[in-house]
Design a protein around this ligand. Structure first.
Ligand SMILES: [Zn+2]
Ligand SMILES: [Zn+2]
Length: 256
């Protein structure tokens, strides 16, 4: 499994971080988790084969996780020759089909009928679905918005957990327990803490409960630039921690 952080930023404009997006490659699966503003062009910057995605999974409906979805579909139809013909499966929490309908109304881009076969599936907030080749996607609720979920991707050898947006939550940490990579949002410093997001210290407490093999912080707002995030996390968690950049690649050797 190869995990590429495409966008390590959040809602605030940043010179170096676009909004949320993670590419997960496992066997024939090329899954994009979230598609915030800048993610599509960042794939081009990084030389990622944006035309070859097989699956998309949305964690929730905030714009910084969703707003490049239309950009991606327009690129597939008008940004390449020939236009995309390969099928795609799009997952999201309950309410996803309504969001896609509203995007269709706003942009005249119905992603479920856009010239190639798209299967749009609302996953239960606690669900598991096979992606093919022994790769599975699982969802778990997180208390960020009413629909928000985290995702787990397993290839039979390794397990990646992507938090999406979340505050501290013991049930989510327990669900993530023992994963190989825990990609946790890390939004704001303690001095600006809000109830719907994590601080570095909160990340440390989550990791201390989940005990991932590797902990990776993403979804940074500008006030955290320059902060000693690993040092703050280490007040609670002594395991390996890194702060993602756009383009951070995590290779988990195994089935590939
Ligand atoms: Zn966000
Ligand atoms: Zn959010």
């Amino acid at each position: 499994m190869i995990v590429t952080v495409l966008g390590s930023g959040a809602a605030a404009p940043s010179a170096t971080r676009v909004q949320a997006g993670v590419l997960v490659e496992a066997g024939a699966v090329r899954l994009l988790v979230d598609c915030g503003a800048g993610v599509v062009h960042r794939m081009a910057t990084l030389g990622v084969d944006w035309s070859g995605l097989t699956h998309i999974a949305l964690t929730h409906f905030h714009a910084d996780h969703l707003s490049d979805l239309v950009t991606l579909f327009v690129a597939w139809r008008y940004g390449q020759l020939p236009p995309r013909s390969a099928p795609l499966t799009l997952f999201g929490p309950p309410g996803t089909l309504g969001v896609l309908g509203r995007l269709a109304a706003a942009f005249d881009v119905d992603v479920t009928a856009y010239g190639f076969p798209v299967t749009a599936i609302e996953l239960p907030r606690r669900g598991t679905v096979p992606l093919g080749g022994g790769v599975t996607l699982a969802s778990h609720p997180v208390p960020h918005t009413p629909e928000s979920v985290a995702y787990s991707v397993s290839d039979g050898v390794h397990r990646l957990v992507v938090s999406g947006d979340t505050p501290e939550d013991e049930a989510f940490a327990d669900w993530a327990a023992g994963c190989d990579v825990l990609l946790l949002e890390c939004s704001l410093p303690e001095s600006m803490a809000v109830a719907s997001h994590l601080t570095p210290e909160g990340v440390g407490r989550m990791a201390a409960r989940a005990h991932p093999r590797r902990l990776v912080c993403t979804h940074l707002y500008p006030p955290l630039e320059g902060a000693d995030i690993p040092g703050l996390v280490a007040r609670w968690w002594s395991g390996p921690v890194m702060v993602a950049r756009d383009g951070t690649v995590l290779a988990l050797p195994g089935n590939d």
